[in-house]
Design a protein around this ligand. Structure first.
Ligand SMILES: Cc1ncc(COP(=O)(O)O)c(C=O)c1O
Length: 366
């Protein structure tokens, strides 16, 4: 059976529909072959937060209205307060993906060169290439981390931007904040460093931190954040960029749209729902440890995971592993060349993780 992206999203929506019961039952349903477990898009199945759900249900009656400028500005100011930066440094988008595309367009048009890791999140590189950019990919290092010295060495006179996805999707690894700061400081000031921190809320470690404060320095750094991950609002579509005012203005003029009224209200509400965000992080980190513990027990290698997903070596061609998982009604991540035997698995709810681990054990011994 082949499933379209629409099928997958529909199945995901079904899982999300009932706040408690449906999620708890999901693992068992997958085992019985009823509803596929969607563990391939790095979504956060616990969201949206209770506060965001309430805001959305109240906003539905306003669905005939455009979000008022004042209301969008309120969200921008709330984000600026959250980031401790001026409101003129914040640009909202219909997901951070839209802003990544806009940055790809800004930096890549007329053959501008953009450097990115391989593998990494492809939205910016793919979009930029279609708009005439030249992409230079630098393989991740042996630990599946961004190879910053090699990326620095790849800079040429034509380079306009460097994309750093931190933590990196699909490998899940991070580069430390001090290493990244030193890297940026050594770059020519004309370059734009685009740091995608979509998964930063799931990280642990002494030197692992956002570099959003670099936005206020003389270097041209743009940091991207999203409501799709820790906030569990992937379907509502809201993200933002943090950039110094001149870059923020250029980005704002290049984006295609602004968030819809449901997204604006849900984002405002979710920002304040600290209990939900803390709980999500705690549960996802606990499940991440469960997964890596089992991978180690099974003798399967994995990259150090710092997001809400784990990238691991299945020990067999990925197409075979994907087929075996699909036969057990579990949808896993796609192939990321050249890692032909590696799989990216999204961390679902606790029962979903149990169902995945049961399937993994069965596949490993078969
Ligand atoms: C690293 C990274 N950045 C950005 C995005 C896009 O997120 P959004 O839903 O905000 O467009 C994703 C989505 O999976 C991602 O993995």
């Amino acid at each position: 059976m082949s499933l379209s992206r629409r099928d997958l999203l529909t199945a995901s929506a079904l899982l999300l529909a009932g706040p408690g019961g449906a999620l708890r039952a999901a693992g068992k349903e997958a085992a019985r072959g009823e509803t596929p477990l969607v563990l391939c898009w790095n979504e956060n199945p616990y969201g949206p937060s209770p506060a965001a759900r309430l805001a959305v249900s109240r906003a539905i009656a306003q669905g005939c209205r455009y979000p008022a400028d004042a209301e969008i500005q309120e969200l921008v100011e709330a984000l600026a307060g959250h980031e401790r930066i001026g409101a003129d440094c914040i640009v909202t988008g219909t997901g951070s993906g839209e802003l990544l595309c806009a940055l790809g367009l800004l930096c890549g048009r007329d053959g501008g060169e953009i450097i990115a890791a391989a593998p990494t999140y492809a939205e910016l590189p793919d979009y930029a290439r279609l708009r005439g950019a030249t992409l230079k990919f630098v393989p991740v290092d042996a630990g599946l981390r961004h190879d910053l010295p090699a990326m620095r060495a790849a800079v040429s006179e034509r380079t306009r931007a460097i994309y750093i996805c931190n933590p990196n999707n699909p490998t899940g690894t991070v580069v430390g904040a001090s290493e990244l700061r030193a890297f940026v400081a050594a770059l020519p000031e004309r370059l734009i460093t685009i740091v995608d921190e979509a998964y930063m809320d799931f990280t642990v470690g002494a030197d692992v931190a956002s570099v959003a404060d670099l936005v206020g320095t003389s270097h041209r750094v743009v940091v991207l954040r999203t409501f799709s991950k820790i906030h569990g609002m992937a379907g509502l579509r809201c993200g933002y960029a943090i950039a110094r005012p001149d870059l923020a203005a250029a980005l704002s003029a290049t984006r295609m749209s602004t968030p819809n009224i449901l997204a604006v209200r849900a984002a405002r509400a979710s920002l304040g729902d600290r209990a939900f965000l803390t709980d999500c992080r705690r549960r996802i980190l606990a499940s991440r440890t469960r997964i890596t513990t089992e991978l180690a027990r099974l003798g399967l290698r994995y990259a150090e995971p710092q997001g809400n997903f784990v990238f691991f070596d299945t020990g067999m061609p990925l197409a075979r592993f994907t087929g075996l998982m699909r036969a057990r009604n579990i949808l896993v991540g796609r192939l990321f060349p050249p890692y032909e035997t590696w799989c990216r698995i999204t961390i679902g709810t606790e029962p979903e993780v149990s169902a995945f681990l049961d399937a993994l054990r069965a596949v490993k011994v078969s």
